[in-house]
Design a protein around this ligand. Structure first.
Ligand code: GAR
Length: 227
């Protein structure tokens, strides 16, 4: 009887509990966003679990963090494979084996293959250290973004979590948060300030997916607000 009632609630999308998603984090760099996601899970700010970490950089901080936290992790770079197809099928088989629901790019410095994007359509998100569509696109990653922001003289920058599609930094924007550019900033100071915002923003985005609040219409994200 109870089971039928729960199934009914699930069907009408009114199930009061959050979804716990199996997350795969792809990272190339220091991995502080991965750390922030793991901390959010420890503090029960999100219910999802990082089940897999993959880095194309053997020296990535993300791999160290993963092993410290006993999370299955792999150093996988295309150079280890004979072709892009082989690399892609290795990634896809790992996603399948670990029952990955969502892929999170956190400073992953490689474009995902169209096959992965198709297979995980609307289930791959990325964090970008600026307010997209400003300061995005090819070559706009890491410190380059903050240097471009300072060069442009804008007074506000920020962080963006967006869906990943076939075009670099192009997918629909899920959430953004502004960060002030302060007089006397250099790129490194700005990077650190934006990063602190990223660390709050990524878990917030995950939570929106857990709560099934994210919907897409005409390549725009709508966040369902409580009635
Ligand atoms: C983050 O600032 C992230 O926004 C950026 O790389 C950094 C990774 O830091 N990503 C991009 O620039 C993608 N275009 P982390 O390794 O400490 O999480």
């Amino acid at each position: 009887m109870l089971r039928h009632f729960l199934l009914f609630l699930l069907k009408i999308n009114k199930f009061p509990y959050k979804l716990a998603l199996n997350l795969c984090v792809l990272a190339s760099g220091s991995g502080t966003n991965l750390k922030a996601i793991l901390n959010a899970a420890k503090q029960r700010k999100i219910s999802s679990k990082v089940v897999l970490v993959i880095s194309n950089n053997s020296k990535s901080g993300a791999l160290k963090t993963a092993s410290k936290n006993k999370i299955t992790s792999f150093h996988l770079s295309q150079k280890q494979f004979n072709s892009e197809e082989e690399f892609t099928s290795k990634l896809l088989s790992l996603f399948k084996k670990h029952k990955v629901d969502m892929i999170l790019l956190a400073g992953y410095m490689k474009m995902l293959s169209p096959q992965i994007i198709r297979k995980f359509r609307n289930r791959i998100i990325n964090i970008h250290p600026a307010l997209l569509p400003a300061f995005g696109g090819k070559g706009m990653y890491g410190i380059n973004v903050h240097e471009a922001v300072l060069k442009a003289g804008v007074k506000t920058t920020g962080a963006t979590v967006h869906f990943v599609d076939e075009v670099y930094d192009n997918g629909a924007i899920v959430i953004q948060k502004e960060v002030p550019v302060k007089p006397g900033d250099d790129a490194e100071k700005l990077r650190k300030r934006v990063l602190r915002t990223e660390h709050r923003l990524y878990p917030q985005a995950i939570r929106l997916f857990e709560e099934k609040k994210v919907s897409l219409r005409n390549n725009k994200v709508f966040i369902r607000t409580p009635k």
